[in-house]
Design a protein around this ligand. Structure first.
Ligand SMILES: NC(=O)c1ccc[n+]([C@@H]2O[C@H](COP(=O)([O-])OP(=O)(O)OC[C@H]3O[C@@H](n4cnc5c(N)ncnc54)[C@H](OP(=O)(O)O)[C@@H]3O)[C@@H](O)[C@H]2O)c1
Length: 256
């Protein structure tokens, strides 16, 4: 498909703030009054290539080197309890981070299926975007000194050069990823009005990992999560997707 030049777009700061605000208020209204779910809406997640142990971008720091690390989701309960490691705390942390991103992508597909199968909620689109490695954010603030150096001023300098050669390569400035996210959410000419279950790497459509696309695992994760959360028929997604509000209000509407 055509790749939009998201970064080249002349986004007006006030327009973005206004649209984000209106979108946020509208989303809140929608989530608390499910009967109003008539218009197309989007929800977005920040993904990461770390969700895929087979993605070559992870090779440099070798946290997925061993064969046993190539499959991340084996059992929900084990994941919920914590992790044991015998190599390096930072590498174990990176695997944990990657696993959280994998679960989020799996959750996204299952959530989209469930929303799409409900006539009252089917207009809602959920998408994920991998912003790429972005130096200069707070993500590595507690990492070892070498990683802090690489993701600090050195990385900030490097990503300005690398993004020029490879816009959706391993390293990108946050402003490029921010523009990509805005394009995915607000630019209807780019992904259409309702980009359902779409996975993006920056400004291009991409395929999430093989493991993340396993429907059996997606359903298992959803059902296990409900069980672990107390089996009350709801769960909270990551990064602000309040599924509970949706399902509660649907219940209320049905009871009325
Ligand atoms: N930077 C990268 O290389 C990279 C690569 C791929 C994906 N991502 C993803 O991009 C997203 C943004 O990351 P970033 O690099 O911008 O990191 P960041 O600078 O650390 O930003 C994360 C923001 O989320 C806030 N936050 C964290 N936990 C929260 C919670 N439970 N409730 C409310 N706010 C919370 C943090 O607030 P506080 O500062 O107050 O803690 C911080 O403002 C993340 O999802 C990350 O996984 C980043």
């Amino acid at each position: 498909m055509a790749t939009p030049s998201a970064e080249g777009r002349d986004w007006d700061k006030e327009e973005i703030q206004q649209r984000s605000f209106e979108g946020g208020v509208d989303a809140l209204k929608q989530e608390t009054h499910a009967s109003n779910f008539s218009e197309d809406r989007w929800r977005s997640f920040s993904s990461s290539y770390t969700h895929d142990p087979l993605d070559g971008n992870n090779d440099g720091l070798a946290y997925y080197k061993r064969d046993e690390f190539k499959t991340l989701f084996k059992d929900t309960e084990i994941l919920a309890k914590g992790v044991e490691y015998d190599d390096d705390a930072w590498k174990a942390g990176m695997r944990r981070y990657g696993t959280s991103k994998l679960l989020m992508v799996m959750f996204l597909y299952e959530l989209q299926r469930r929303l799409s199968s409900d006539p009252a909620l089917s207009a809602i689109a959920v998408l994920a975007l991998d912003p790429g490695g972005m130096a200069g954010t707070g993500i590595a603030r507690d990492a070892p000194p070498l990683i802090r150096f690489l993701t600090g001023p050195f990385g900030v300098f490097l990503q300005e050069i690398l993004v020029w050669f490879s816009p959706d390569g391993q390293l990108r400035p946050p402003r490029k990823s921010g523009a990509d996210l805005l394009a995915a959410c607000f630019d209807e000419e780019y992904l259409g009005k309702s980009p359902k279950g779409v996975y993006l790497n920056g400004s291009e459509r991409a395929e999430s990992s093989v493991e993340s696309r396993n429907e059996g695992k997606q359903q298992g994760l959803w059902e296990d999560s409900l069980g672990l959360a107390g089996g009350e028929g709801w769960c909270y997604g990551v990064e602000g997707v309040a599924v509970k509000a949706l399902l509660d209000s649907r219940e209320r509407d049905r009871d009325m």
